[in-house]
Design a protein around this ligand. Structure first.
Ligand SMILES: C[S@@+](CC[C@H](N)C(=O)[O-])C[C@H]1O[C@@H](n2cnc3c(N)ncnc32)[C@H](O)[C@@H]1O
Length: 272
């Protein structure tokens, strides 16, 4: 499948209201508690300029603007998410300290070296060209700027068939990488990993939450699930496979911070 098609499928899926019904406002394991932990690791402080890549409905950027008093930009591939994030910013009285734009993580619509920090939660795992996205994170960061990721980690070669394919890819699983692979992709872009933490229990809690909400919606709103294309017959096997994969150490959730370091001359692409 072409890269643009994968991105559109993912963005379309995460624009649907059923995702909010299943996950709440924060579309990643660990929710806003993990976002706060990430912000603390990044030492976010009032006045810093922060970019949230793949900002969804704006939950992370709004939290950072509100609780850490940063100026937060958010960029997401889905125009519907951008519109919802802008509405949420207005409603929260944060429109003067936030800006939401539709755009592609692999071609960020910002100038070089403008952000003190870049965050990206549960999304690098879905980007078809992760090296290109990492290079974009580095390009828009100021020298010494900090990157904060929370993301799915996986051993893709050992995942069962239920966790492969396009649906699993959109569910952030099928194209996730081991932590070491993420660190290598970032290092090649000039982003040196500093802190890593495993949060696999948060992944298990999210799986349990999705199961509980699906069980409820199956009774209260089955038509809504069907309209959204949720296959209720297939869901239990996928959730069970995901739970087993986390327990077996093949799937997990990780927090990572990195710092933008000057590239050695030998590392620079030819012609620069
Ligand atoms: C799992 S959600 C995470 C949303 C948000 N970061 C959060 O944690 O609540 C993945 C998000 O990535 C966005 N996305 C997917 N591909 C993208 C791309 N190439 N560039 C920007 N956003 C993208 C989707 O539209 C979706 O909002």
């Amino acid at each position: 499948m072409a890269h643009e098609e994968i991105k559109s499928c993912c963005a379309d899926a995460y624009s649907r209201d059923v995702v909010a019904l299943l996950l709440g406002d924060s579309y990643h394991p660990g929710g806003t508690a993990l976002t706060r932990r990430l912000a603390d690791h990044l030492a976010l402080a009032p006045g810093l300029r922060v970019l949230d890549v793949a900002s969804g409905r704006g939950t992370t950027a709004l939290l950072l603007a509100d609780s850490y008093r940063v100026r937060a930009d958010g960029v997401d591939y889905a125009p519907a998410n951008t519109a919802l994030a802008q509405g949420a910013a207005q409603a929260a009285g944060l429109a003067d300290r936030t800006a939401f734009t539709t755009g592609d993580a692999e071609h960020l619509p910002y100038q070089d070296e403008v952000f003190d920090a870049v965050v990206c939660e549960c999304a690098l795992c879905t980007f078809p060209d992760k090296a290109r996205a990492a290079a974009e994170f580095a390009r828009v960061l100021k020298p010494g700027g900090r990157l904060g990721l929370t993301d799915v980690t996986a051993d893709p070669d050992r995942l069962p068939p239920e966790l492969s394919g396009l649906t699993a890819r959109i569910a952030c699983i099928a194209d996730a990488r081991p932590l070491q692979a993420y660190a290598e992709i970032l290092a090649a872009a000039g982003l040196r990993t500093r802190v890593t933490e495993r949060h696999d229990q948060a992944m298990l809690r999210m799986i349990d939450q999705i199961q509980a909400r699906l069980d409820l919606l199956r009774i209260t709103a089955p038509a809504r699930l069907a309209d959204a294309g949720v296959d209720l017959d297939a869901a239990p096997a996928v959730l069970d496979a995901a739970r087993a994969a986390v327990t077996a150490g093949l799937l997990g959730y990780t927090l990572l911070t990195a710092v933008k370091t000057p590239m050695a001359a030998a590392d620079l692409p030819a012609g620069t």
